[in-house]
Design a binder for this molecule. Structure first.
Ligand code: FAD
Length: 418
């Protein structure tokens, strides 16, 4: 069923009966044209665009848990395209353009909110670096503004502008089209959209190994039996190393890290944009329910546990309080962890693997949610056409061998530095 004003009114008058499932719950078929492993944002978007843009509908998404249980439902929901490095700028802008039409495209309200993002600068040097970034964005046709301290104060009065502020606000880089999207609605919208195009979404189905014929992958072993496929695509976010090892790829340039998200009690409107604190690593927005949703640094150790540790709770909240002092009396409601795969240059990998029939999407680190539409788009292109999409040309795996990292952070190809 397509959602529309008429269907909402009719169902409301009928006591909201008869909505039906948002997506089917099929048993796995013995074989598919494409299996996408991982029912997170990237896997679901890939399946959706495979079906919708390339007409490949005999597709299954295999998810070991439930949809939205991974990072796609655990992140701080920030979407933006304020990138600087060649290879990143135009890719993230593709994603932003897709975000702009997403709810209409898959007929589901993903609650995309273009409330803007303010990257705060706290020194003249940082301000100059943001001005440079803004100019790169503008020269690529991406919206960017540079505001000085007084202009920032007018728009975000709650920051600490006092004499005693440890990190005075100097100015900000602003992208007005950036913002947030309701994370689990994104997963559900893609799932429903893919299902409407015939894709089988199979939850509680863990891929435990791969079926081979000679050198090629011809399917997967799962907790629900063997399933064959012409092509198998991995989009398992923080678990790539575990799964890839089962296909014989034991030396991927990845580390798996825990990153936490935090939610406060609900309060009246305080922050109507997304703010990032340039003197530390803190980012905050306010949800439609009134909670402040925020995050900070990685937990700093490698783990597959989807929970965080207390020192980081203290660290992140200290940063939040330094930036917005009135939050000191706010109660924290929840925090949780997500597991992210970080590549050695902090940029993603979207590519073939050395094993015929196996395709790889990984390495998203902090930035993978905003990339979901663009990543699904270019990964579907790769799988459908066996050809790299021009906007993913720099995301090849061999850059770690050839020495061409896409290093947005400028930290070098160093573990844990992104
Ligand atoms: C706390 C936190 C805050 C973040 N904030 C932001 C943000 O504000 N903006 C932003 O752009 N990015 C953010 N990110 C990063 C972003 O969320 C991730 O990079 C991105 O969501 C990862 O892709 P995904 O959605 O496909 O992952 P997931 O949702 O984790 O999907 C992968 C799926 O694969 C499944 N899987 C794993 N192994 C198997 C197997 N063997 N068989 C079957 N299924 C398997 C998992 O169960 C999981 O559901 C944040 C991440 C975290 C953790």
């Amino acid at each position: 069923m397509r959602y529309s004003v008429a269907s909402v009114i009719t169902k409301a008058l009928g006591g909201n009966k008869g909505w039906g499932r948002a997506w089917r719950d099929p048993a796995p078929k013995p074989s598919y044209d494409v299996i996408v492993v991982g029912g997170g944002g990237h896997g679901l978007a890939t399946a959706y665009y495979l079906a919708k843009e390339h007409g490949i509908r005999n597709v299954a998404v295999l998810e070991k848990g439930y949809l939205g249980g991974g990072n796609v439902g655990r992140n701080t929901t920030i979407i933006r395209s304020n990138y600087m490095i060649d290879g990143n700028t135009r890719f993230y802008e593709l994603s932003m353009k897709l975000w702009e039409g997403l709810s209409h495209d898959f007929n589901y309200n993903a609650m995309v909110s273009h409330r803007g993002i303010f990257n705060l600068a706290h020194t003249p040097g940082q301000y100059d670096a943001f001005a440079y970034r803004g100019n790169v964005m503008r020269s690529n046709g991406i919206d960017a503004e540079i505001l000085d301290r007084e202009e920032v104060r007018k728009e975000i009065p709650v920051l600490d502008y006092s004499e005693k502020a440890r990190f005075p606000v100097y100015g900000a880089l602003v992208q007005r089209r950036a913002g947030t999207a309701r994370h689990d609605a994104v997963a559900w919208g893609y799932a429903r959209g893919a299902d409407m195009h015939g894709v089988d979404i199979i939850q509680n189905c863990e891929v435990t190994g791969f079926l081979r014929k000679g050198d090629s992958i011809i399917g997967v072993e799962t907790t629900r039996g063997e399933i064959r496929a012409k092509k198998v695509a991995m989009a398992v976010a923080g678990h790539t190393s575990v799964l890839a090892a089962k296909a014989g790829m034991t030396r991927l340039p990845l580390e798996s890290h825990v990153l936490q998200a935090f939610v406060s009690e609900s309060i009246k409107p305080l922050v109507d944009t997304v703010i990032t604190f340039g003197a530390g690593h803190f980012y905050v927005s306010q949800s439609d329910k009134g909670s402040l949703v925020f995050g900070g640094d990685l937990d700093g150790y490698n783990s597959y546990a989807q929970r965080g540790n207390l020192p980081i709770v203290e660290h992140v909240i200290t940063e939040g309080k330094a930036l917005i002092p009135c939050t000191s009396r706010l109660r924290m409601l929840r925090h949780w962890g997500g597991v992210m795969d970080m590549s050695m240059d902090g940029s993603p990998i979207i590519d073939f693997t050395p094993t015929p029939g196996l395709y790889l999407n990984t390495g998203w680190c902090y930035g993978g949610f905003k990339a979901v539409p663009g990543s699904g788009w270019v990964f579907a292109h790769l799988i459908a056409k066996d050809e790299t999409h021009p906007l993913a040309a720099k995301f090849r795996l061999d850059r770690f061998r050839t020495g061409r990292p896409i290093d947005e952070k400028g930290a070098g190809p160093v573990p844990g530095h992104h």
